[in-house]
Design a protein around this ligand. Structure first.
Ligand code: OXD
Ligand code: MN
Length: 624
């Protein structure tokens, strides 16, 4: 299988190794040859899901990963390489009109030579893993956009890819258009000498969107290194969806809700800026207070691709991923029991940068239990330092990195929907947006007008958490939760959204949700959240089905008290009043911020501005 580039520089040997792996696609072979030469990798190895057990063994033997109990594994990343780097992420194309507000656009003529230079010889002495993959359920109508090949010089990255995407040569052999696949190259680089976060930063994470090529240099962590997920699944796919006019690629969770009494199943997808509880919502169980009438099914927690199915004119969504790359922090029996099951024994889960016990092989992270383990024997923090050797100053430091993760396959999630791999995807009844907002945003407000729904997504945001990050009470806007993944101009993005949703004859309802309103005096959360969040969603779906009417406000339709099924919910009446009402004055200030936010975007469709003006006028009228 392996080919030693340096020992045998005749390309015939490389061809033989690709033959042995059953890699038939001539364009993929050509591309592997090209990058093997540039990166100078010592060996080339084509891998797929069936190589997982062997790669795990090799990684354990090499000490790159550690055992974390039966069928569970643990890795640490380099200390300065622990998160996606937005400042170093670039979208490059040949066309300057692709420049948007957030996509950090640069000409590809400038970036391509730079990346090739950085990558030249940078994998010397390493194995280059060739990972053909598919970011879609097999047979999906969107499959032509979903085929890719990642080349990576890092074995742990390969293990992550196998969990997060469908991987194997079968996804690139026998393509109808064999030259149509996303070309991804990941080169780790010399992590100790890349000047991460300094003016001399060497890292570049570039999506050449019009060439369908992704070149990432200088990391081996998360979205910087797993190219199928964010770079292909979001940036490239969003660009492809726009260029083809066929689909939307969004950072959305996707769930199914079944009412067992009526047999009705609905599907909901939606975007939430980070730290707004998206994974918890996606893995939610029905609340005990509602008995066993409802069942919630998991499709995905991070990405959805949406298109109109000509068969019935509905919007259909797929989760292109095959796994969950979830934030570990604060995952526990209350916030997300489903996630704990999904990372249990024999799930083949891979933890990264949580705390690890050398003796018991246990893992722990902040929020896993209220207090860290009392007996610190054998415990090391995410950097590898023994807790017992921490100095007095270091005692308060977290054991796990705040961006520590678990990587597990969809099939390990206990409530995975039986039809999660349905080719067509599932029909969408509701699109929801939700930030973390301590005042103003009610529990839920439904929006039936398409332009107002898209407008609402474009003005999504999360509260700045530190004064330094922004003006108090002002949102850090994160349109559709796509700010870090936007690959083309926002005006065109809004127009594309309107076009896709309007092309559906049966359109989903939109809604904005907020589980995080607080009491201004003592700071307590007004709504209990977590599993109870199913209740406002059920109201929304009933509204769409015409079973409830709600109450129209300037910013959408709110549930009346009696429409919201609150059986068994522990909530004070005054808190309920607050989360089911609108503070018009507070909203008037928000409208000014929104205006400035939207004004940044060139070519924003007039319909979006008209929606903004309608909402502003309705608020002004309500304020009297
Ligand atoms: C992200 C992720 O960075 O999903 O958003 O990993
Ligand atoms: Mn994400």
């Amino acid at each position: 299988m392996a080919y030693d580039v340096n020992a045998a520089p005749d390309l015939a040997a490389l061809e033989t190794s690709l033959d042995d792996a059953g890699l038939k696609n001539p364009f993929v072979r050509e591309y592997v040859r090209y990058w093997a030469e540039i990166t100078g990798a010592e060996r080339v190895e084509v891998i797929g899901a069936s190589d997982d057990a062997r790669l795990i063994r090799e990684s354990l033997d090499a000490g790159e990963i550690l055992p974390a109990g039966d069928g569970r594994y643990y890795a640490r990343s380099y200390v300065k390489d622990t998160a996606r780097s937005e400042e170093r992420t670039i979208v490059a194309t040949a066309n300057p009109s692709d420049k948007g507000t957030y996509n950090n656009w640069r000409p590809s003529s400038e970036m391509r030579p730079l990346l090739e230079k950085l990558m030249r010889g940078a994998s010397a002495g390493k194995t280059m893993y060739v990972i053909p993959y598919l970011m879609a359920p097999p047979g999906s109508p969107l499959e032509p956009y979903a085929v890719g090949v990642e080349l990576t010089d890092h074995r742990t990255v390969a293990l992550h890819m196998i969990r997060m995407a469908r991987c194997g040569v079968e996804y690139v052999n026998n393509l109808a258009e064999p030259n149509r696949f996303v070309r991804g190259v990941h080169v780790t680089g010399d992590l100790a000498n890349l000047g991460q976060g300094t003016p001399a930063d060497q890292r570049y994470f570039v999506t050449f969107a019009d060439e369908r090529t992704i070149l990432h240099f200088g990391s081996s962590y998360g979205g910087n290194a797993l190219l199928g997920k964010i770079a292909h699944g979001l940036r490239q796919a969003a660009y492809d969806g726009w260029a083809s006019g066929e689909f939307l690629a969004e950072q959305f969770m996707l769930i199914g809700i079944t009412d067992k009494q009526t047999g009705r199943t609905w599907h909901v997808c939606g975007g939430f800026p980070s730290a707004s509880g998206k994974t918890n919502l996606a893995m939610m169980l029905a609340p005990d207070g509602l008995g066993d009438r409802y069942h919630v099914e998991f499709y995905g927690d991070d990405i959805a691709w949406l298109r109109v199915d000509p068969k019935d004119g509905k919007i259909y969504a797929i989760n292109p991923e095959f796994g969950v790359f979830g934030v570990a922090k604060d995952t526990n029996e209350v916030t997300n029991p489903t996630a704990l099951r999904a990372v249990g024994p024999d799930t083949q889960v891979l933890f990264t940068n949580v705390a690890y016990n050398d003796n018991s092989h246990d893992v722990w992270w902040e929020g896993r239990t209220p207090e860290p383990p009392a007996d610190v024997t054998g415990w090391r923090d995410w950097t590898g330092q023994l807790i017992s050797e921490r100095s007095a100053d270091e005692q308060g430091k977290p054991w796990a990195h705040p961006n520590s993760r678990f990587t597990t396959s969809l099939t390990s999630v206990p409530n995975i929907a039986p039809d999660f791999a349905a080719r067509a995807g599932v029909p969408i009844d509701a699109v929801i947006f939700g930030g973390r907002t301590r005042d103003r945003e009610p529990l839920i407000r439904a929006i039936t007008d398409v332009a107002e729904g898209v407008y609402d997504g474009l003005t999504l945001g999360a509260e700045a958490t530190f004064a330094a990050e922004g003006v108090d009470g002002q949102l850090r806007y994160d349109p559709m939760s796509m700010r870090p993944f936007m690959s083309y101009p926002e005006g065109a993005y809004a127009a594309h959204w309107l076009k896709i949703i309007r092309a559906a004859s049966d359109q989903p309802i939109f809604a904005h949700v907020n589980w995080f309103q607080r009491d201004p005096d003592d700071g307590h959360f007004l709504w209990p959240g977590y599993r109870e969040n199913l209740r406002p969603l059920l109201w929304l779906l009933r509204l769409r089905d015409g079973e409830v009417r709600g109450e129209q406000t300037p910013v959408g339709i709110l549930p009346t008290r009696d429409e919201l099924d609150l059986d068994g919910v522990d909530i004070r009446p005054e808190d309920l009043d607050k989360i089911l009402s609108i503070d018009t004055n507070r909203w008037a200030t928000e409208m000014e911020h929104r205006e400035a936010h939207l004004a940044q975007f060139n070519g924003l469709p007039e319909e979006i501005w008209a929606a903004h003006r309608r909402v502003a006028a309705a608020l002004a009228a309500a304020a009297g």
